[in-house]
Design a protein around this ligand. Structure first.
Ligand code: IFM
Length: 798
């Protein structure tokens, strides 16, 4: 079943059936002013923190209500509906709608009883308020007398939990005023000096520009009426908001305007919402008296986002691939990069910092689109590396480089809840920094001095050396990096001296990367040292972790093998197989065997399982995935993030068919026609998909903010499209389905435009027969940066 389609030209996803199997959301603004909106206008807004800066209410895990509602009413017949299908929910026989989720805007269009409505929701670029720009058009042949009523439900406390739970307090601290086309809400009004016992005065506004307010309401119960719901507020039924304000209990903003429309006529006006005092609100509102403001602001958003996305575009035979790479996977990468795990319909905003590994990985997804943004975040994450080389598991939003406490300090553990270092955190810096420098050519970055989190400072090169030291100083009994608190898999507690094959492979790869940097720096002694320890590490992994046709998952403290072929449960694990290839550790023969085992034992129609069989009766002490139902999350679910790694691994091996098979199984866009199975938005990755063992195989969860965005992006761009820049140039090594006859890539590479046309006359999966750059035949599929013109026509024959 399908509820919408991709509009590639406008870079929009268009939902034409509003009764989607889950709220399908979009992200507006940034955490400075964040607004999450569903296709039925459900969602919430906040300043700075989803949990502590909440402006409007949203009830999680419920019916996608309330939200940013515009009620419409025919004042001649008293019939009413909403500009989004919900909350009124008219019969879909009579009510038609389209929700266009675009890049940082959402436009909800509806047609009902001869009235066409459009509500464009957005947060203007770099601003901290939101706009609901409404246009009503009379498509009927008679004069229509309408009311439009904008409604939002304010929280009574910026902290969303207090607002919901501490009612003996929060019901008695808020009141509203009406002045000059606006509802003004004030919280803790009597606090004069900004703060009493930690309570600060909070002021919000909800205003109308471009049309006269006919009536208003600032009291939720007055607006809805007892025993009414958002579907049938008495104010809407009566066609009059009653001019009531609240004093205690619950605030809302509701503004009615009356519109008369002749046949064919349109009128436009805007509701504006924000966390501002009256003076600031007045200033903001003024801009929207000008009819052109919204069009200008929308264009700014489009130019900004499309400008970034256009730095890498593809045209392949797969629409699903094109839609993901050109727009939606890329846009999701920016959202995870900017929002981290701050707020969604699943994350309520309570997180108080950035997860180290997640954030360093998120950066990878945007490097090819916006290396300058990546650089800023890389610096930040390096400044969250402790001087012992380990990453802070959680980097507080208040991060103060050089002055932070660490997992060695009880204060850090108490404040963050993270009891110890994790084995993998700082190792993610290696692929991320390598990719950044290769993409940007900013080789000097390795000499840049960046503070450590707790004290001292060092060059980027020194930071990386210390990351190697961190692992080397904490080896387990077999000589591989100790498990510490956990590795990438939060559920895998191998014990402090347990050992993870995955981390050992990450370390092996990190050693390869640091050698590139050491070569740049002519650091011969260090190269010798790395060669020696890398050889030793590689031999240990091969000796201790290879088992016939797979790599085991690791060793529990005390020596128990995890993920052995003969184990009754969890005998096959995905990540050590993909990373054996990515890290360059496995021989060709081992790689082929391991990847084949993955396909045979872990693959499903919806992607590759994280491991199999699920833990049920044989879990070791520390296998926390046992807490999840079989086929779910880390317990043999299809964890989405590793899909990107297996795509990359297959592509690196030149297995284009397999790489694409894995892309296609796990790509949201490929499930567009099976939305009733996937449930989640068909335009964004989720954290995981339920697998074999679940009665809901194929159902995905935890939308938008997931490391999957970046891993799949890398798997597709570096892997399938084969874009492999290095310090001096770029290799073009696609690995695609053998039935792709041709495809095109346009890429901005350090300011040079690459127009790449690939043909595949003989049906290969990978490989290069010949390549030309601006008509000149190349020796192979590598181009030195210095040989590039500003615009380059590149042809590659596979
Ligand atoms: O790697 C982790 C991530 O940091 C948080 N979500 C779950 C992943 C796998 O356990």
């Amino acid at each position: 079943m399908k509820y919408g389609h991709f509009d590639e030209t406008r870079k929009e996803y268009v939902i034409d059936r509003p009764d989607t199997p889950a709220p399908w959301a979009n992200y507006l603004g940034s955490p400075a002013y964040g607004a999450i909106i569903s296709n039925n206008a459900g969602g919430y807004s906040f300043e700075k923190s989803g949990a502590n800066g909440r402006i409007i209410r949203y009830i999680f895990n419920s019916f996608d209500q309330p939200g940013r509602y515009v009620y419409l009413r025919d004042d001649d017949t008293s019939d009413f509906w909403s500009a989004s299908w919900q909350p009124v929910g008219k019969s879909l026989d009579e009510y038609k709608s389209e929700c266009h989720h675009g890049t940082a805007y959402t436009n909800i269009m509806a047609d009902y009883s001869g009235i066409h409505s459009e509500v464009l929701y957005y947060v203007p670029l770099d601003k901290t308020h939101e706009v609901w720009n409404v246009t009503l058009t009379n498509k009927s042949d008679k004069t229509r007398h309408l009311s439009a009523i904008g409604f939002c439900e304010f929280t009574n406390d910026c902290n969303y939990e207090q607002d919901q739970v501490n009612l003996q307090y929060t019901l008695f601290i808020s009141r509203t005023y009406y002045r000059d086309q606006k509802i003004l809400q004030v919280i803790n009004e009597n606090v004069v000096n900004d703060s009493v016992d930690g309570n600060a005065v909070n002021k919000r506004f909800f205003g109308l520009a471009g049309s006269e307010v006919a009536s208003y309401c600032g009291d939720k119960e007055e607006f809805l009426g007892m025993y009414h719901t958002y579907a049938d507020p008495v104010a809407v039924i009566n066609g009059d908001c009653g001019n009531k304000l609240n004093y205690n209990e619950n605030s809302c903003g509701a503004l009615q305007t009356k519109i008369t429309l002749e046949p064919g006529e349109s009128k436009t006006f805007s509701f504006i919402l924000g966390m501002k005092d009256e003076a600031a609100a007045n200033e903001i509102m003024k801009a929207y008296e000008n009819e052109k403001t919204c069009a200008t602001e929308l264009q700014e958003l489009i130019d900004y986002w499309h400008g970034k996305l256009n730095n890498f575009q593809v045209k392949t035979p797969s629409e699903s691939f094109n839609n993901m790479i050109n727009t939606w996977n890329s846009y999701q990468c920016f959202m995870t990069f900017i929002w981290s795990r701050a707020a969604s319909f699943t994350y309520c905003g309570l997180r108080n910092g950035y997860g180290y590994r997640d954030t360093v990985q998120d950066i990878q997804g945007i490097i090819h689109l916006a290396p300058e943004m990546a650089l800023e975040k890389i610096r930040f994450m390096l400044s969250a590396q402790v001087d012992n080389g380990g990453g802070l598991p959680l980097v507080k939003y208040t991060h103060n480089p050089g002055h932070e406490d660490t997992p060695d300090d009880p204060s850090y553990v108490k404040e963050t809840g993270h009891p110890a270092y994790r084995a993998d955190d700082a190792l993610w810096l290696f692929p991320t920094i390598y990719k950044y420098i290769a993409e940007s050519g900013n080789i000097g970055f390795i000499d840049e001095v960046v503070p450590f989190a707790n004290k001292d400072e060092g060059t980027v090169y020194e930071h990386l050396k210390r990351a190697i030291d961190f692992s080397m100083n904490r080896l387990g009994d077999n000589g591989m990096p100790a498990g510490l608190h956990a590795d990438w898999n939060d559920c895998l507690r191998l014990g402090k001296r347990g050992e993870s094959t995955f981390v050992a492979m990450q370390l092996y790869y990190a050693m390869t990367v640091i050698k590139y940097f050491a070569e740049l720096k002519d650091d011969a002694d260090y190269i010798d040292y790395i060669n020696e320890i890398q050889y030793k590490m590689g031999s240990t992994i091969q000796e201790k972790c290879w088992e016939d046709d797979r790599y085991i998952r690791g060793y529990k403290e005390g020596g128990m093998v995890i993920g052995s072929k003969n184990d009754p449960e969890a005998s096959m694990w995905l990540n050590p197989q993909s990373w054996a290839v990515i890290s360059g550790l496995a021989t060709r023969e081992q790689s082929e065997l391991a990847l084949e085992s993955v396909h045979r034992e872990l693959n499903t129609p919806y992607g590759v399982r994280l491991m199999f069989p699920p833990y049920k009766e044989h879990a070791f002490d520390g296998a926390l995935m046992l807490l999840f139902n079989a086929g779910t999350k880390e317990n043999a679910g299809i964890f989405s993030q590793p899909q990107g790694w297996i795509i990359l691994a297959e592509a690196l091996m030149g297995h284009g068919n397999r790489a694409f098979e894995y892309f296609d199984e796990s790509s949201p866009a490929s499930m567009n026609d099976k939305a009733e199975v996937r449930k989640l938005e068909p335009y964004c990755h989720g954290q995981f998909t339920e697998s074999v063992g679940s009665p809901y195989e194929g159902r995905s969860h935890v939308h938008w903010l997931t490391g999957t965005a970046s891993t799949c992006m890398v798997g597709c761009v570096e892997g399938i499209m084969g874009m492999r820049p290095d310090f001096y140039g770029i290799k073009i090594a696609p690995a695609v389905p053998s039935d792709w006859k041709e495809f095109d890539i346009t890429k901005n590479y350090r300011g040079k435009k690459l127009n790449i046309h690939v043909t595949n006359p003989d049906g290969h999966e990978s490989g290069c027969q010949s390549m030309t750059v601006n008509g000149k035949a190349m020796e192979d599929n590598y181009i030195l940066f210095d040989e590039l013109d500003d615009v380059n026509e590149i042809t590659l024959v596979m």
